[in-house]
Design a protein around this ligand. Sequence first.
Ligand code: C2E
Ligand code: MG
Ligand code: MG
Ligand code: MG
Length: 280
Amino acid sequence: DTAMYAAKRSGRGQYRVYSPELDTQARDAELRAAVANNELVVHFQPVVDLSGGGNMAVEALVRWNHPTRGLLMPGAFIELAEETGAVIPMGEWVLREACRQAADWPEPVWLSVNLSARQVMQAGLVDTIRGILDETGFRADRLSLELTESVVLQPDEHTVARLSELRAMGIGLSVDDFGTGYAALSYLRALPVSVLKIDRSFVTGIDTDPEAYAVAEAVVRLAQAYKLHVVAEGIETAEQAACLVEMGCTYGQGYHFARPMPGDALTDWLAAVTPVPAAG
Ligand code: C2E
Ligand code: MG
Ligand code: MG
Ligand code: MG
């Protein structure tokens, strides 16, 4: 007991670094240093064609290989990064690293990268992305960017112009976590998006609960009415996948098909499946 107490006391400085009371500024500094020190890692999760099982796209998901806490999931740091703006250098790092690795993938596999609201609001966004594509040799028409509903909800004219410019370059745009924010449907018309990613919360229970099924089906119909491609997120069972196929949902992503994995594992995974033409 005495030994434990001593250990706890001596480790207190370290413990404090991760205590909720620690001020945002210090955690922000730690996060920015992590980007600079290459402590971030990109994992990749396939998006598959639900009817044929072929591969359609691969989503890049950031992790933080923390020197003392181990591999951290975005849930542990993304919100803070978004708050402080650290998500801007972080997002840039993820895009560069993902494009660098994806340049070696077989065609026509798409790379999908999450873009935070902060990044989308940046005046220099298009130049940054153009620079990364030049630098990595990754083709714009194989890149897709995932936007959250908070971006789609109230895009100012500059945001719309930036997104249109990206679209004109051949970059695909998706609405991520669709249905979890305000269903600002009118904005779907105003923005050059081509894919809706239905949030996992709509997929859970569709195989057992008729009401969940009906709601998911309505969302799929909605996407179809807007002539958008649909990706269902968070598919964990074959039964859920079958329900989605029945509804006419074309693409899916989830643990049932593949978990997010490091780049070398993804390369092996891609070698074993048939690539399908990307939904543009
Ligand atoms: P997201 O973009 O909606 O990504 C899907 C999340 O669902 C991922 O969590 C993925 O691992 C998880 N997932 C996939 N299939 C299943 C499944 O079958 N069951 C369950 N329970 N979960 C599944 P992850 O990697 O923890 O990322 C969480 C969120 O963090 C992402 O949600 C995205 O919003 C954000 N994020 C991740 N990487 C980045 C990034 O580079 N930049 C930005 N701005 N945000 C990122
Ligand atoms: Mg996403
Ligand atoms: Mg998503
Ligand atoms: Mg989601």
